[in-house]
Write a protein that binds this ligand. Structure first.
Ligand SMILES: O=C1O[C@H](COP(=O)(O)O)[C@@H](O)[C@H](O)[C@H]1O
Length: 319
């Protein structure tokens, strides 16, 4: 693997995320595009561990780099602080621009990483009345079930912030898996009509302001699992899976056209258990037919930021 350091890495992070000590910047280029890359380290003497393959044409690399950024943190608490600033900054921007901030949550480890949003200064500073909260995926279980993504988010985050209850759009847990997916899609369509959810002029699909994603060790995002046919769904907004390889088996999930139409995608990936999928996603050695779901996250009308740590990046070469 050839390496190149990113002299052109302007790395225009949100001003609110720029307070870290001596971050180093790189352009990370993969066969499927490039990422502007920043190590955010509490011990700046340690170098980032990232691969850089041959640069694409400067124009293409620059354009892609402006849409994808990679942040690598030494400590989980720093990642959580940066994610909170990122979300709070976008909340302020969209509340001012369109009087609503549409936020999509996932389940899993992402929720713990959002905890700083429920603490000062964000707890008081964020205009929670503008928030409209959705789920990228939900397990088809009762809302009070231990596997429910809604329950996790309520217990760990939403119960601690004053988002109006009627702006939290949970799956209807009284329906079948197909019925729940259709019902959630209808809910989105109604909110598009009401002007709460924007529509991407590029794709024609709903354009959420902030899509917060996690990634499983197998490279799944939302409930879009590797090799499952629903990863190719290109008409529906919400679909379902009845045979999820990760329990519970029945789930509903946003489709890729919706995820990729977001204005901002924040992908939170931490821990050595995710290093294999991160390596595949960022080194890009496989043919396109073998893409992991995480590799299919490609913003069409917005930006994407990876929030990672060193263990997650540990299978990648040093630059
Ligand atoms: O099952 C799920 O897993 C993914 C990843 O979870 P993590 O705990 O490994 O971060 C999550 O993003 C998704 O929403 C959830 O339903």
């Amino acid at each position: 693997m050839s390496t190149a350091t990113g002299a052109a890495a302007s790395n225009s992070l949100s001003p609110t995320t720029s307070r870290r000590s001596s971050p180093s910047s790189r352009i990370l280029t993969t066969p499927r595009g490039s990422l502007s890359c920043r190590l955010l380290s509490s011990s700046p003497s340690q170098s980032p561990l990232v691969p850089v393959s041959a640069m694409a044409s400067p124009g293409a690399a620059g354009e892609a780099a402006s849409r994808k950024k990679l942040l690598i943190f030494d400590a989980e608490k720093d990642l959580a602080a940066s994610l909170a600033e990122h979300a709070a900054g976008l909340s302020e921007k969209f509340a001012a621009e369109r009087s609503a901030f549409t936020v999509v949550l996932s389940g899993g480890s992402l929720i713990k990483a959002l905890r700083k949003l429920a603490e000062p200064p964000y707890l008081e500073a964020v205009d929670w009345s503008r928030w409209h909260v959705f789920w990228a995926d939900e397990r088809v279980v009762p809302k009070d079930h231990a596997d429910s993504n809604y329950k996790l988010a309520m217990d760990e985050f939403l119960s601690k912030v004053p988002v109006p209850a009627n702006q939290v759009y949970a799956m209807n847990d009284a329906l079948s898996v197909e019925g729940a997916a259709d019902d959630y899609e209808n809910c989105l369509k109604q909110l598009i009509k009401n002007g709460v959810i924007a529509v991407s002029p590029v794709t024609g699909f709903p354009k959420f302001d902030l899509m917060l994603l996690g990634m499983g060790p197998d490279g799944h995002i939302a409930s879009l699992f590797p090799g499952h046919p629903i990863v190719n769904e290109n008409q529906k907004l919400v679909t379902c899976v009845k045979d999820s390889p990760k329990p519970p088996p029945e789930r509903i999930t946003f489709t890729f056209p919706v995820i990729n139409s977001s204005a901002h995608i924040a992908l939170m990936v931490t821990g050595a258990g995710k290093a294999g999928a991160v390596h595949k996603a960022l080194s890009g050695n496989e043919s396109s037919s073998d893409l992991l779901p995480v590799e299919m996250v490609e913003p069409q009308d917005g930006e994407m930021t990876w929030f990672t740590d060193k263990p997650a990046m540990s299978m990648l070469s040093r630059i």
